[in-house]
Design a protein around this ligand. Structure first.
Ligand code: UD1
Length: 439
């Protein structure tokens, strides 16, 4: 293989043959009422952090209930580059962590998946150093890292930002008291993973309380960490000298479950969702009841039944237990075909309303002003080609396509594949007319 920058070939194939330019799209025919049962896999926003947390203990850890999504593939590749042996078997992953992992996360992987930043805390803890590419912004907003960095600095880490990399180094991690300006999920995780083997006690005040944070705390405790206040906004961590590998089941994906719940309401269907505690979706389910849906909660199953057109509902996104920003696009899609009008306020990611321009292509009546969106429900939407700009926007557009008249083609479905395992197959199983086709 030539290294020459002028070379136009990859391996022995000419560039234009080696580059596979087929792109999948989803073709959706509106009008089906979705009925049936679905099982929810493990949460994307948990499994990636749990995979990173395995770095904290040399030896072999196992994760079960792992979703079959693109982001897990990227995280597996990142761990392999750090020296781990990663093996997938069905919905389990085993990760063999070496005594001395490498400590560099390169830009080519970080740019594909912003969550790669979650290796920062464990690498500092294990290697005393971490060189992690700065993820930059994405389609939902600028996404700062200042709280991650400030927290680590308080623990004695020296952090520089050079040539697009965060270069972190420390002689000895020391426990510290960190007050977060905002209950950031990512910053809570970075500081937590650095603190579990730091010298002395750390306290994270105004910590995030998402079920995914509880999940990582439980796994760390099973590895030998000493954490109290789990599930509250004040986490107290007493550093231990070392951790051991573990086996852990990933918490179910409340956002995936919530997406199917909205699908039931929009398509005036009847869906039972298994495997996710309804408490994790308390506010979204209450909102769906306000649309007119009937909801039965029993153990880890939720049945959503809807008859007639839903009423529009106001939504304000906030950190958990507030309304999740990751369900905002799905609720905008619902409001776009609802009775009446609604105001949706986005408090976490400033660019998340970008997708409403795509929704407008289906005839939605949405006006945005800063972090507010006013949606006036339309009796009918009409199918059109649209582009998914991020995972949840993609889900929202497919939901709108399911109720629009005629055909909708959704481009940019790689975003959806990053976060939803078997998205098309699940919808087909519920009776939706949706196909993945090569464009
Ligand atoms: C995680 C989730 C994402 C979800 C979000 C909020 C993963 C992989 N992603 O993202 O799906 O939408 O939580 O529930 O788990 N911020 C700063 N400085 C920081 C850290 C955050 O300004 O140091 C800001 C961000 O720019 C954003 C807000 O805080 O505006 C929330 O971010 P955060 O809670 O950290 O979200 P993520 O962990 O990035």
């Amino acid at each position: 293989m030539s290294d020459s920058p002028q070379s136009d070939s990859i391996g022995s194939s000419p560039f234009w043959l080696a580059y596979d330019c087929r792109v999948s799209v989803f073709k959706v025919e509106g009008g089906s009422s979705l009925q049936g049962e679905v099982f929810v896999p493990g949460a994307k926003n948990s499994v990636l952090k749990l995979m990173a947390a395995t770095l904290l203990a040399p030896g072999t850890s196992t994760l079960t209930n792992v979703p079959d999504i693109e982001d897990v593939t990227i995280m597996s590749e990142l761990l392999r580059r750090l020296g781990c042996v990663v093996a997938h078997a069905g919905s389990s992953i085993t990760i063999e962590v070496p005594e001395r992992p490498d400590h560099r996360a390169d830009y080519d992987l970080v740019r594909k998946m912003r969550a790669s930043i979650c290796v920062l805390g464990p690498l500092i803890a294990r290697c005393g150093a971490a060189d992690v590419a700065v993820p930059g912004g994405d389609n939902i907003g600028s996404r700062g890292l200042d709280m991650h960095v400030e927290g680590l600095r308080k623990m004695g880490v020296h952090v520089d930002n050079e040539h697009g990399y965060l270069l972190a180094e420390c002689e000895a991690l020391t426990g510290a008291s960190v007050f977060l300006d905002f209950p950031s999920v990512g910053a809570t995780e970075t500081i937590l993973m650095a603190a579990v083997t730091a010298r002395g006690q750390s306290v994270i005040e105004n910590a995030a309380r998402e079920p995914e944070i509880i999940d990582i705390c439980s796994m760390l405790v099973s590895m030998g960490a000493d954490i109290s206040g789990i599930g509250s906004s004040s986490l107290v961590i007493n550093g231990v000298s070392d951790l051991k590998p573990t086996k852990h089941r990933v918490v179910s994906d409340r956002i995936v479950a919530g997406t199917w719940a909205v699908a039931a309401v929009m398509t005036q269907g009847d869906i039972t969702i298994h495997g996710v505690p309804h408490e994790h979706l308390a506010l979204p389910l209450e909102k769906l009841e306000l649309t007119g849906a009937r909801i039965e909660r029993e153990g880890a199953s939720i049945r959503i039944q809807m008859q007639g057109r839903p009423h529009c509902v106001d939504v304000v996104t906030l950190p958990y237990p507030g309304f999740p920003t990751d369900m905002q696009p799905q609720f905008i899609a619902l409001n776009a075909m609802g009775l009446g009008a609604a105001l949706v306020t986005e408090n976490l990611f400033e660019a998340r309303f970008r997708f409403v321009q795509e929704l407008a292509r289906l005839g939605a009546d949405v006006r945005t002003d800063g972090h507010h969106a006013l949606i006036r429900g339309r009796e009918s939407l009409s199918g059109a080609p649209v582009e998914a700009t991020d995972i949840r926007a993609g889900a929202g557009l497919v939901l709108a396509g399911l109720v629009a008249n005629g055909s909708t083609t959704v481009y940019g479905v790689t975003h959806i594949d990053r976060g939803y395992a078997g998205f098309v197959e699940t919808l087909q199983g519920l009776g939706a007319q949706i196909q993945r086709v090569d464009d």
